[in-house]
Structure formats: structure tokens, C-alpha cells
Design a protein around this ligand. Sequence first.
Ligand SMILES: Cc1ncc(COP(=O)(O)O)c(C=O)c1O
Length: 443
Amino acid sequence: MPMTDEKLSVVRKIGEAPAPSGPGSEELAVRGGSPIVRAAKPASYFHGPQEIGEEEIQAVTAALRSQMLFRFFKEGANSPTAQFERLFAEKTGARYVLAVNSGTAALICGLVGLGVSSGDEVLVPAYTYIASAAAVLAVRAIPVIVEIDASLGMDPGDAARKITPRTKAIIPVHMRGVPCRMAEILAVARARGLKVLEDCAQANGGSYRGRPLGTLGDVGAFSMQQAKIITAGEGGVVVTNDPLIFQRAACYHDSAYTFWKARDWDIKPFMGENYRMSDLNGALALAQLKKRDRILARLRAIKRRLLEVVWDLPGITLQDVPDVEGDCGVSLILFAETAQRARIFAEALRAEGMEAGSIFDKAIPDRHIYYHWDYILAKGTPDAYGYPWKDPIRPCQVEYSRDMCPRAIAWLDRAVVIPLTQTMTDAHVEDCAKAIAKVARGL
Ligand SMILES: Cc1ncc(COP(=O)(O)O)c(C=O)c1O
């Protein structure tokens, strides 16, 4: 078990309910037995989108009725996007919040905010949505791919090893709502004078040692796309406590920002692109943000219940979650003893009637695993002269190969992921707990 005594006591303390009784002796469904999961599965595993209801419909309708969807023409009239930013600031405690139109835009604006520039190197984990690395290329910098560990987040030791004189920033990614080893990553960054951009796309509302994710590093980036804890249709958020980072990010998010806002600049303004959020998305984002804490409370309760059952099952170890209480609870991840057993385990869970999958497969392109990032491994670029890879002033010194992060592949190969959603009924959760116990004991 990778769980420490401290974490185990958190898991045990949370619910004193007994483990589900009975399973273990029955024939596995994958071998012809009866499936143990009887209670209906949830209709959807999309967290934010399945909460879209009257509040969202009214908020978006009101935005439409206003016939004014450009936030900067109605700041005085309290644009929904500005209201969303204020509520996000309240919830995170961040001094500055900027709504943008995607998580990728949030990462790009965050990197510009940090001053990441042509030829700089930026550390990204081997397991993250490809956008974390693509955003680095978008600011003409070079992504350096770092191993992950049993947390499935960035391995701080490998991050330290991959620092060169060109390294400017680190992007820890809180994948699947699980906080990274932030204390260790921040220590590496501070010791080497590097900036930290937290990619919180999948961890909206998570925390680490009591502090909201996104506010531990220098800047945080969130996504509100379809598959996220809350959605704006498409949308993103940048958070920071640093006024200069904020001004640079805001300047870059709109080529005309200086015309709409802020006359008193501490920075010298520069060009931007268009990453503005429309008030249509802002209205949806605001309605969803009001539901976020309820979604998270339910997800966390479900995960805690499952942890009570699975923590000591034979043949599996648990993802090493660096902060159990700050985990958003969007999935439960187990490691089987081998890659082959992980596939069999996931198949056996599905046969019992619940959702489960393995993560890595050489043959199935997964945009979240560096192994499949073809255009990055091949140094693809839309630029006719090969930028940023072929920068004559700072030629790229980074090489890539599919086998460059063997430990990441080894962890992902043995992982079994059980997606969780807030609409799982208690009965379904109990059935899933029984199914996991039955499979672990029966395989
Ligand atoms: C970890 C991570 N980073 C960045 C992104 C990019 O967000 P978006 O799709 O909103 O641009 C996503 C999700 O899509 C993600 O999961």
C-alpha cells in the first residue's frame, strides 16, 4: 500500500460504516457469474454539464435578452463574466482573476504573465492533456517532459533533474482532480529561481494543505470545457496574486485590452490575441460556479466510501494522493500488479456492471499521455522556418522519444481508473464497492 498511516486514518475516520458484506466467494461475472452491480448506473459522467438546469437556462437567457454579449461594453452594468470573476476570486482567495475562453488560453496567458519567452524551457508532466505542452509551444518556448510517480502527478525529483540554464517555469498538473506534490515541486522551483504555473483544468475546487489549487504557485489556469467539474461550454480562468502577472495575462488576452480597461499600467503594454470570454459563457460559468461546492462535496463523499472498502484489498495498491482531503474525487485509481492484470481487472469490473478502464494502450492514441503526442515528439510546427524548435538565437536543445519516460508508462500501464460522478446513487456506490471487493478477491 502506498498510503501512509496518516492518510489511512483520514480514510478510515471519514466513515465508520462497515465494508459491504458478502462478496468474494461468488463467481466473477467475467467468468460467467452474475453481475453484482444491480443499482442503475448514472446516465452521465460529465460533472458540470449534467447540472445544467433552470438556473443556467435563466442566466443564459437573461444574457441573450440583454442583446449585449461583449463584457467590456457593459462592465458598469455588471456583466456576468465580471460577476463570475468576482465569485471565483472569493472562492479561491486570489487577488486577481481573469476569465478567458478556454483552459488552453488560460495556460497561454499564464505563461505570458510569467514572462516565458522564446527558447525558454518549461517542465510539463508526461501525463497531462496535450494542451499543457501545446501552450508552451504557443509562446515559442520548449516543453520538457518530466516523469510522473505513484501520485500520477509530476515527479519532483525528475523535475529537478531536468532543469537546465534555459528552464524558466514548471507546470504541475493536478490530473483527475488529484493535487500534485506541491510542497516538493515548489521547493524545487524556489531553490532554482523558477516560476510555477498550476494547471488546474481538471481540479476546479481542489486544495492542497488547505489552500485552493491555483493559488500555491505563481499563477493558476483552469478549464471549463465539457469534461470539467463545472462548464461554461468552453471557458477558462487565470488566477494570481501578482499584479504584474495579471496585467501581462490580461493584456495578452485581448489585443485591445488597454482600450477597454486599465489606464494605470505598471507594465509596458504589448500585443495580445483574442481569448476574451463572452457574456454568454460568463452567464453559464457563473451559474455553474454556484453549484461547484455541492458537486465536490458529493464526489468526495462517494470517493471516501469507496476508499473505506478498497484500501486493504489484495492485489491492488491505491494512487498515492498527496492530499486526500483536497482531492476533488472525480475518479478512483488503483494499480494492479502488472499491466495485463490491470486490463483484466478493468474488464472484470465492467462485467460486474460498473464503469472502469485501464489508462495506457500503445495502440490507442490518448491525448493525455506524452507517448501519443506525435506532433511534439516529431517537433511539428505551423511555422515555415521551424520556430520554436529552430530558433537561430536559442536553438532547441531538447530531444524527444517515445520511451523517454519509462516510469510514467509503467505507472499508467498498471492503472485502473474508476470514474465517479455526483449523480451516482448510494445504492450504486455500494454496489461498486462490492464489485471492486469481489473482483480483487476473486481474480
Ligand atoms: C489538464 C488539462 N490542461 C489543459 C486543458 C485545456 O483546456 P481547454 O480544452 O479548455 O482548452 C485540459 C482540458 O481540456 C486539461 O485536461
